[in-house]
Design a protein around this ligand. Structure first.
Ligand code: B12
Length: 193
């Protein structure tokens, strides 16, 4: 499946430097099935007034950390512009956004910025799992993954690549032609597109 390209987005809060387990598992699973995978990571872009650690320091949760001492400073590039450049040069077959509720607004901004390309999008993670109905309403979102994603995403990619039906994959809600396909039924998406 090397000819099937997936761009994963680690939509992270600024300078929270832990790589999420979810992204790692998804990337490994996709690579095991032969997909070409790239990661766009928002961690090192200046996407907020203060870092997660600064917020936690203010809340007396952690001791102050000086990232500069470790040679870590936010990238000065604009996160949305850089993302558009990556999408336009890599030309993925699928864009997979991983986010939590606090990073969803940024993730949505990224997806909106590349909607003109027509590349299918899927959103997963803790927020997608319990806020799927909110996320799927966005015109820039085609699919939502509810719960574990490794099997769902690999099956989705295999089926997309083979041109097969993708409307009945476990854990995935999919919007197609104004209909929403879920495991519990098919719904009309009036108001969404
Ligand atoms: C470990 C953890 C942390 C760690 C490490 C975070 C990290 N970056 O790795 C620390 C302590 C640093 C942390 C910090 C925070 N956390 Co936290 N954390 C967790 C915890 C306990 C487990 C997450 C995890 O690794 N799960 C295991 C992986 C394998 O599962 P996963 O991430 O869900 O991914 C799977 C699926 O969701 C899906 N999936 C994920 N992404 C995608 C993308 C696509 C395209 C697809 C198809 C599928 C998919 O497939 C994956 C594999 O099956 C969860 C609670 C929970 N039980 O999930 C809270 C949780 C995610 N954290 C939460 C919060 C709020 C935070 C903080 C904002 C707290 C704070 N105020 O500082 C910060 C944010 C930091 C950040 N930038 O992410 C909330 C998010 C709630 C929400 N509304 O979205 C949770 C759900 C806890 C809760 N119940 O409130 N956290």
């Amino acid at each position: 499946m090397k000819d099937f390209k997936v761009l994963l987005i680690n939509c992270n809060t600024m300078l929270d430097t832990l790589v999420t387990a979810g992204i790692g598992i998804l990337s490994a699973s996709l690579k095991n099935t032969g997909c070409d995978v790239r990661l766009f990571d928002t961690t090192f872009f200046r996407t907020a007034e203060r870092t997660g650690d600064e917020a936690r320091t203010a809340a007396l949760q952690v001791k102050k950390t000086n990232f500069k001492e470790f040679g870590i400073e936010p990238d000065e590039g604009d996160v949305v512009e850089e993302f558009v450049k990556v999408v336009e040069s890599y030309k993925p077959d699928l864009i997979g956004l991983s986010c939590i509720e606090v990073t969803w607004p940024l993730g949505l901004e990224l997806l909106k910025a590349v909607r003109h390309t027509g590349i299918p999008t899927i959103v997963g993670g803790a927020y997608a799992t319990f806020g799927a109905d909110i996320i799927i309403r966005q015109p820039a979102v085609d699919m939502v993954c509810i719960g574990e994603g490794e099997q769902a995403l690999t099956e989705l990619c295999q089926k997309m690549r083979a041109g097969e039906d993708i409307t009945a994959i476990h854990n995935i809600w999919i919007k197609q032609n104004h209909l929403l396909y879920t495991r519990i039924g098919i719904f009309t998406t009036s108001g969404a597109s």
